[in-house]
Design a binder for this molecule. Structure first.
Ligand SMILES: NC(=O)c1ccc[n+]([C@@H]2O[C@H](COP(=O)([O-])OP(=O)(O)OC[C@H]3O[C@@H](n4cnc5c(N)ncnc54)[C@H](OP(=O)(O)O)[C@@H]3O)[C@@H](O)[C@H]2O)c1
Length: 345
C-alpha cells in the first residue's frame, strides 16, 4: 500500500470565504514519473495569490477540482524519477537527492500545488537553493523576489529618473526597495499609513509618501521637477488607483499587477492627452517571454541576491502546521505586511 501524506485540497471555490474552499485530506504519496523529482516540502508562504486561487478569481489558471493549492515553497529532493538527470548544466548537476530546491513553476496549474507534503516536479523546473539562504527565505523565493527583478528589467528606468510604487510596504515593495538600491534605480514609495512610512525609512527608502495625508500627484511632481515618474507599479484598484495615472510622465507606463479591487480608475484626460500606457504584469508571462537561457540566468541571479542578502524577506509573521491551514489563512487575510505566514510540516 502506498504511503500517505497530508494535503490541502480546494474542493469548490469560495469567493467570500476562501477558508471554506479548502479541506485537509490524506492522500497517497506518488512515485515521481518520467523526468520528475519528488520533493518533500518544508515551508510554503501564504501569498495574496494563494487566497485568490482559493476564491477562484486567480486568472492565470484554474486546475480541475479537487486540486492542491500553493504557488510556491521550498522542499528537499527525496527521489528522482526515470530520466530526471539528463540536463548537463551546472545547475542540473547540483540537483540530487537531499538538495533543497524551489520550483519555477511548481505544478500548481495541474492541481499539484505546494500545500501538500510531497510534490512531483518536472526536474527542469527546479532551482537549487544556495546554502546561504534559509529555508524560511527560500520558501518565498519565487513570487515576490523574481517579480521585483522582472519590474526592474522590464521598465528599464534610466539613471536619475524615478519608479513610483504603490503598496510599498508590502513584502514585494520592501524587496523592490533593496533590489532597486543595489541596481541604482530611484524609487518613490507610496504607503497609506505613517507607521508604514516610518518602517520604510528605517529600511533605507529615500522617498516615501503617505497617500492618506499627502497629495501623491503634487509630491511626485515636486520630486521629479514636474516631469512625473518614469513608470508606475500599482497593485491597488478602486479610487486609490486614480492619482497614479496622473503622477506618471507623459508617455509613461503603468503596470497593474494584482486583484486588490476589481477595477482601476484611469482619468480619461491622462489617456487622451498624455499618451500614457496601462499594462498588466504577471510573473508567469514575464518568465514566459524570456529564452530558456535568459530565464535560467535571471532565476539564478535572484538566488544570488538572496544569498548575498540584497533580497531578504521580512521574518515570517507566524508558522502554522499544514493541517492548521484554515487558521493560518485567516491570520494571513487579516493583512498587515510584517512578514508572511508560513505553512510547515
Ligand atoms: N502579478 C504578479 O505577477 C505578482 C507577483 C507578486 C505579487 N503580486 C501582487 O503584489 C501585491 C503585493 O504582494 P505581497 O505578497 O508583497 O503582499 P503583502 O505583503 O500581503 O502586502 C499587501 C500590501 O497591500 C496593501 N493593501 C492591501 N489592500 C490595500 C488597499 N485597499 N489600499 C491600499 N493598500 C492596500 C497593504 O497595505 P497595508 O499594510 O497598509 O495594509 C500592503 O502594503 C499583491 O497584490 C500580490 O498579489 C503580483
Amino acid at each position: 500500500m502506498a504511503e500517505k501524506q497530508i494535503a490541502v485540497v480546494v474542493r469548490q471555490y469560495n469567493k467570500e470565504e476562501p477558508t471554506k474552499a479548502i479541506d485537509v485530506v490524506e492522500k497517497a504519496i506518488r512515485e515521481p514519473g518520467q523526468g520528475q523529482a519528488q520533493v518533500r516540502m518544508i515551508y510554503r508562504p501564504i501569498n495574496p495569490s494563494d487566497i485568490f486561487c482559493c476564491q477562484g478569481i486567480y486568472g492565470g489558471f484554474r486546475p480541475k477540482l479537487p486540486a492542491a493549492p500553493g504557488l510556491e515553497g521550498v522542499g528537499i529532493i527525496t527521489k528522482l524519477g526515470p530520466r530526471a538527470t539528463s540536463r548537463t548544466t551546472h545547475t542540473a548537476r547540483q540537483l540530487k537527492e537531499g538538495r533543497r530546491v524551489v520550483g519555477v513553476p511548481w505544478p500548481s496549474a495541474e492541481g499539484e500545488g505546494t500545500w501538500q507534503q510531497y510534490v512531483n516536479v518536472p526536474f527542469e523546473h527546479l532551482i537549487p537553493v544556495r546554502d546561504e539562504v534559509s529555508s524560511e527565505d527560500a520558501a518565498q523565493y519565487l513570487i515576490n523576489p523574481v517579480t521585483a527583478l522582472g519590474f526592474l528589467e522590464d521598465l528599464k528606468v534610466p539613471p536619475g529618473k524615478y519608479l513610483l510604487q504603490n503598496a510599498a510596504n508590502s513584502v514585494l515593495g520592501k524587496e523592490l526597495i533593496s533590489l532597486a538600491k543595489r541596481r541604482g534605480t530611484k524609487l518613490i514609495n507610496v504607503v497609506r499609513r505613517d507607521e508604514a512610512a516610518n518602517e520604510l525609512k528605517q529600511l533605507g527608502a529615500e522617498v516615501v509618501i503617505n497617500s492618506k495625508t499627502e497629495n501623491v500627484v503634487d509630491r511626485v511632481m515636486e520630486i521629479t521637477g514636474n516631469e512625473g515618474a518614469w513608470a508606475v507599479i500599482n497593485p491597488i484598484g478602486g479610487e486609490a488607483s486614480r492619482p497614479f495615472f496622473s503622477a506618471v510622465r507623459e508617455g509613461g507606463l503603468i503596470y497593474i499587477f494584482s486583484l486588490f479591487g476589481e477595477v482601476v480608475i484611469v482619468p480619461m484626460y491622462d489617456l487622451h492627452f498624455r499618451d500614457i500606457t496601462v499594462r498588466g504584469f504577471w510573473l508567469n508571462k514575464w518568465l514566459g517571454r524570456l529564452s530558456k537561457e535568459e530565464r535560467e540566468g535571471k532565476l539564478l541571479e535572484v538566488m544570488d541576491y538572496m544569498a548575498d542578502g540584497t533580497i531578504k524577506p521580512p521574518p515570517p509573521r507566524a508558522k502554522y502546521h499544514l493541517k492548521d491551514v484554515k487558521a493560518a489563512m485567516k491570520e494571513a487575510m487579516k493583512g498587515g505586511s510584517q512578514g508572511k505566514i508560513l505553512l510547515e510540516g
